[in-house]
Design a protein around this ligand. Structure first.
Ligand SMILES: Cc1ncc(COP(=O)(O)O)c(C=O)c1O
Length: 351
């Protein structure tokens, strides 16, 4: 289906106010946003406008009852200068999975992709060219109905904004194995990319940072025994030449980078198993020298090598060299800028 997306371009671009190739992620935003309203059971008025404040009623339900979900994706530039989206269909699917879990309406996948393409084509100048940098897209949906009372809202906004970003971690990371707080339980909202999941992670993450760690390593909510995922990443280990990653047990976010890494590793001939992983298994592998590599995967961070996992009770120092993870990281980055053939069909040109 083809949608009519009304475009109102900005009068004067703000691009001269920043250097897109020297920028910390999250602070600067491109000229435009894609926006669409949900009312009376349908999405209306898809449009691209200059990025601006959105008038919000103090009773907007998202502010009180938390119906808010989001996505994260990165745009790069291809061989001919064409902006490239990476697996946008997967982000659309996950957005709608999250929407379903949070009692929110789904957003048409073809409109999602068409809106992104038009936004990115318009704000093309905001895509950094520097290696490791990209234009981060943040699609999100929230309940904007002004109402006090606990029920599904009747009106929502879907918005996509764009923020040029440099690499987040150029160094290895340290993870705090959290034994007091939990991120998610089976039957909860951990599988959804719901804003509230991140709100609940703020305090433990700040505590971990104060202790010198970069992110929290979440363990299962029942026994604090099984590894789940990291702050904004999924996690992989290489033991004795084989890769393992926690299976999607019902409380872990199904990362799109995780999906790609599994495909790439298998394509390169490695065995990858998705299964429950006990922290004690990793400690044992570290002690007997079979733990060879460990890394986190996520859109914002790419592949982040892990140098340490610990808490007040233990410290694991991981091997310094990460040959396979580095190779996978390089392959993924090369596919994203069309320096390597996209044999999986992950790239979508925005034109
Ligand atoms: C909790 C959590 N887990 C995993 C991921 C990795 O997902 P993706 O690879 O789709 O970015 C993210 C980032 O979106 C996240 O926030």
């Amino acid at each position: 289906m083809s949608y009519e997306i009304k475009i109102t371009p900005i009068e004067k671009t703000k691009i001269d106010s920043i250097d897109v190739n020297n920028i910390i992620m999250g602070f600067s935003f491109s000229d435009h946003m894609f926006i669409c309203d949900y009312e009376n059971g349908a999405w209306h008025n898809p449009r691209i406008e200059p990025l601006a404040l959105i008038p919000t009623h103090p009773a907007a339900m998202a502010l009180h009852y938390g119906q808010a979900i989001f996505e994260g994706m990165k745009v790069t530039t291809g061989k001919n200068g064409t902006p490239l989206l990476f697996r946008p269909d997967q982000n659309a699917k996950r957005l709608n999975f999250s929407a379903d879990r949070m009692g929110m309406p789904s957003f048409p996948q073809d409109l999602f992709i068409e809106g992104l393409k038009k936004l990115v084509a318009l704000d093309k100048a905001w895509i950094p060219s520097k290696e490791g940098s990209a234009l981060y897209l943040r699609p999100f949906m929230y309940a904007d109905e002004p109402f006090i009372g606990m029920r599904a809202a009747k009106s929502y906004k879907f918005i996509v904004m764009a923020s040029p970003s440099g690499p987040i971690y150029s160094h290895k990371i340290k993870l705090f194995a959290e034994k007091k707080y939990v991120r998610a339980v089976n039957g909860g909202t951990g599988e959804a990319k719901a804003a509230g999941n991140y709100a609940a992670a703020v305090l433990p993450t700040e505590n971990a940072k104060a202790k010198g760690y970069h992110q929290v390593l979440w363990l299962d909510a029942q026994d604090f025994e099984y590894i789940q995922e990291v702050g904004t990443m999924n996690i992989f280990f290489k033991i004795n030449g084989k890769f393992i990653t926690p299976d999607l047990s019902g409380s872990i976010l199904a990362g799109i980078t995780r999906m790609c890494v599994i495909d790439l590793l298998r394509d390169k001939g490695f065995e990858v198993t998705e299964r429950p992983i006990k922290l004690s298994e990793i400690k044992e592998a570290s002690a007997n020298g079979t733990l060879e590599e460990a890394f986190g995967t996520g859109t914002a961070v790419g592949i982040a090598m892990i140098e340490e996992i610990g808490n007040e009770d233990f410290t694991l120092n991981l091997p310094e060299s990460n040959p396979v993870s580095n190779m996978i990281n390089n392959t993924l980055n090369a596919i994203k800028v069309q320096k390597e053939v996209d044999k999986f069909g992950w790239i979508v040109e925005a034109k």
